[in-house]
Design a protein around this ligand. Sequence first.
Ligand code: FES
Length: 90
Amino acid sequence: MKPEKQETKVTITVCVGSSCHVKGAREMVDRFSDLLNEEAFQDRAELKGSFCMEHCAEGINWKIDDEIVSSTSVEEAVATLRRKVLGSLG
Ligand code: FES
């Protein structure tokens, strides 16, 4: 009997604390959600929100599984999501 193929599932967690919110975290959640839906990755990537990740000064903060990513803008975050997450899932 063949072992079942395990699909990679990635958890994307966006900080929705007040500092990240002011810098565009809400828009980032919407863009991430649209992108995952467009690319049909919604079953393989879970999108969640979190309270302050205690990296407020470093940008808009989010995580790919346990790795913290600090983005300077929503556009940069979207580019990073494409490169690091969609690239590895695709
Ligand atoms: S509010 Fe996002 S890291 Fe603090």
